[in-house]
Design a protein around this ligand. Sequence first.
Ligand SMILES: Cc1cc2nc3c(=O)[nH]c(=O)nc-3n(C[C@H](O)[C@H](O)[C@H](O)COP(=O)(O)OP(=O)(O)OC[C@H]3O[C@@H](n4cnc5c(N)ncnc54)[C@H](O)[C@@H]3O)c2cc1C
Length: 496
Amino acid sequence: MKLYRPSMMHALREGGTWDVCIVGGGATGLGIALEAAASGLRTALIEGRDFAAGTSSRSTKLVHGGVRYLEQGKMALVSEALKERDRLMANAQGHIDDYGFLIPVKRRWAQCYYGLGLRLYDLLAGSHRWGRTEWVGRREVIQRLPHLAEAGFIGAWRYRDGRFNDAELALGLAKTAAQQGAVLVNHCRAEGLIKKKGHLAGVQAKDMVTGDTFALDAKVVINACGPYSDALCRLDDPSHENELRPSQGIHLVFDADVLKGDDALLIPKTDDGRVLFAVPWLGKVLVGTTDTPVDQLDLEPLAMEEEISFVLDHANRFLGLQLKREDIRSVFAGLRPLIQGRKDNTAKLSRSHEVSATPSGLVNVRGGKWTTYRKMAEDTVRYLRKHCGLEFTPADTASLTLEMGSLPPRGMHPSDAHQLASAVKQAVEEEMCLTVEDFLARRYRTLFLDAKAAQRIAPEVAQLLADIRSKDANWVAGEVRSFTELANHYLPAHTP
Ligand SMILES: Cc1cc2nc3c(=O)[nH]c(=O)nc-3n(C[C@H](O)[C@H](O)[C@H](O)COP(=O)(O)OP(=O)(O)OC[C@H]3O[C@@H](n4cnc5c(N)ncnc54)[C@H](O)[C@@H]3O)c2cc1C
């Protein structure tokens, strides 16, 4: 399925009245678009920036049950996520890696404690289990990860979980939703909500490319704006008070050789009770994350200095690594759309999701995580049938194969000029890529893997995009300028 933006925009504007109009094109919105379209509903989705430009391209890249939630007693949450992990593995064939994660331990009591927890993890997965957790003795751990010897570990538990490319899966969901009849447009913002007799009847949309504003009529409007959902609620009711308590998480990216061996690592408890992962990913290693409550919701959240120091310090102390600031290739930050609860500690707020509607009929879908996007979508579409007067037979997406396309694995951009030109063309014509950022952040992951390399290639990508999209030299200069500025935020402050 090819996603071509001009055709999608035409279909959106000429589509008449939609059964559902979804606002937000991250994991939540794209999952709902697929579920609704597969259930036969006339479905439109608008995304203000690019698909997955929000939190959904900034995750730890894990398709997981969430080992750490066991300690909080959230068995149902873990069990549901493990089921979804397995379904996604089957539905996005070849795009989810069954991966080994080591939890190194220093004391016998910790060996017993984490061993019991991981046995429970295996048990909760039931028939969806991916292999059995195993104990790896000190000698083998040292062979796999020599730096752990210096940190004094007696061995490690090795369990299995999934690893994925979040932005790639988002595009796969968009393609599959379009294949099922949904119309999806990126760079198109909801700027207002249309009401008739006090009830929501559509969205006032703005095409961010042309600046045109237009009305989209819809029987139901769904708010899938992730951490930004409270702002959309205020378009419905200006007196709406925040119901989300967003929390920021950052990752530092290093060259692959900082971590010897193939396994990912999990430190189950850092100084303040958080977990820290080191995950080999697309030829680099991601280390994170943090859990910092934030009041201001930037579209491009910035890693704080104390977060960078926290991750560096813990990776070095707990994993025997010797990472330095100058080794950091990229830093990226994302906002968790956590549902409001205790204000002092966002690490303990709910990761489960919630579907509800305002008195005027705006359907809000909040919380959740990437791994459970399909379950969130299923619950949302069931809610539409029960509470919003839409009649249809819900689809069975639990076994629906996702169209991930036949594109090569997307990590760094192609270094060969000819291959780069054809990759840019394909991204524009088949994946609705419009800007240098769309290409280097989400079609390829260069910005996340190596921000300086992304800055170096940006002028060439801008020129290729301009040739395809008939843009002039001013456009190229503007794109290079804004991308260079953006990429500076992916480099720690001191980087020369
Ligand atoms: C640091 C971190 C690590 C994580 N790691 C994992 C992990 O390893 N595994 C896992 O399963 N989950 C993980 N999660 C959770 C997961 O990434 C999120 O739950 C999920 O991506 C949220 O998706 P979303 O669609 O709700 O929000 P977003 O992805 O933020 O999507 C919301 C979209 O709405 C758009 N939008 C906002 N306002 C408007 C408007 N007015 N008009 C049009 N569009 C609008 C935004 O541009 C945005 O693209 C992690 C989260 C964080 C922060």
